[in-house]
Ligand binder design. Structure first.
Ligand code: ZN
Length: 240
C-alpha cells in the first residue's frame, strides 16, 4: 500500500480547484479505490456536489458537513459497517452526470482517501482531522480559496478563538499547488479574487463571507491593487 498523502490545491475563484478534485475522484473510481467526498454546508451554491465549471466534467457527490470533526465520524461509520453505510448513500442526491459515493464505495474496500472541497469554510479542527486520517492510512485531498477578497489569508471559521487561517492549512499539507485564473481585466495570470458589490470593489471592512448581490472576479496583482485603493487614489494616479 502506498503511503498516505495530504495535498491541497488553492487559488482564486475560477482557477479550476474543483476540477482538480474531481479528476482525483475519477481516477480513484477507475481504479476501484474507495473514497469519501465532503463539502461544508455553508457553500450552498451546488447542494451536495463538488462541481466544476468545465462542461465536460462530471460532478462528484459529497457529504455535507457543518464541522471538520464530522469527517472522522463518517469514516468511522464506514469502516464499522461498509455495506450498511453504502446502502444508506444510494439515491442520496440523484442527479445525472454524477459520480456518486455509492459508486465510489462499490468494492467496500478500506478507504484510501477523503476529498474535501471549499475547506476555507471549515473550522480549525480540520488540521487535526487531516493528521488523524493520515495516521489511519487515508490520504487527504483538499481544495479551496487561500485568500479572501482583500488578498489576506482566509480566516477559518473559528478564527476568533483559534487564530488559524488557510495559511496554516496549506502549511500542514505535504504538497500544495497554487492554481491561477485569467485576470478578468487584462487576461494575465490572476492569483487573487476581487469582490464587486453593484459593480464596485467591496470596501475593505465588509464581511469576509457574504451571501447576496455580489460578484467575484479573478484579478492579477495590478488590477486587484488598483481596485482595492480608495477611489480618489485611483483618480489621482490617472491625472499624474
Ligand atoms: Zn489584470
Amino acid at each position: 500500500m502506498s503511503q498516505p498523502t495530504s495535498e491541497i490545491c488553492y487559488g482564486p475563484m475560477k482557477s479550476g480547484k474543483s476540477r482538480h478534485l474531481i479528476a482525483q475522484a475519477e481516477a480513484m473510481a477507475t481504479q476501484s479505490r474507495a473514497f469519501l467526498a465532503f463539502k461544508p454546508r455553508q457553500d450552498t451554491r451546488d447542494g451536495c456536489f463538488i462541481r466544476s465549471r468545465d462542461p465536460g466534467s462530471r460532478s462528484v457527490e459529497a457529504l455535507v458537513i457543518n464541522q471538520a470533526q464530522e469527517i472522522l465520524e463518517y469514516v468511522t461509520l464506514y469502516q464499522a459497517h461498509p455495506q450498511r453505510f453504502r446502502t444508506r448513500l444510494e439515491g442520496l442526491c440523484p442527479q445525472p452526470d454524477t459520480l456518486t459515493l455509492s459508486e465510489a464505495l462499490t468494492g467496500l474496500s478500506p478507504l484510501v482517501a477523503c476529498l474535501i472541497d471549499e475547506v476555507f469554510l471549515l473550522d480549525s479542527a480540520l488540521i487535526e482531522v487531516m493528521n488523524s486520517l493520515i495516521a489511519q492510512g487515508i490520504s487527504v485531498y483538499l481544495s479551496g480559496l487561500d485568500r479572501d477578497f482583500r488578498c489576506e489569508y482566509f480566516p477559518l471559521r473559528d478564527y476568533a478563538e483559534q487564530g488559524l487561517t488557510m495559511q496554516q492549512v496549506i502549511q500542514a499539507c505535504q504538497k500544495s499547488y497554487l492554481l491561477t485564473a485569467a485576470c478578468e481585466e487584462c487576461g494575465e495570470e490572476a492569483p487573487y479574487t476581487l469582490r464587486l458589490i453593484n459593480g464596485l470593489p467591496a470596501p475593505y471592512h465588509s464581511p469576509t463571507i457574504l451571501i447576496g448581490d455580489e460578484e467575484y472576479q479573478a484579478r492579477c496583482q495590478t488590477h486587484h491593487a488598483l481596485a482595492s485603493q480608495p477611489v480618489y487614489a485611483v483618480q489621482a494616479k490617472a491625472f499624474a
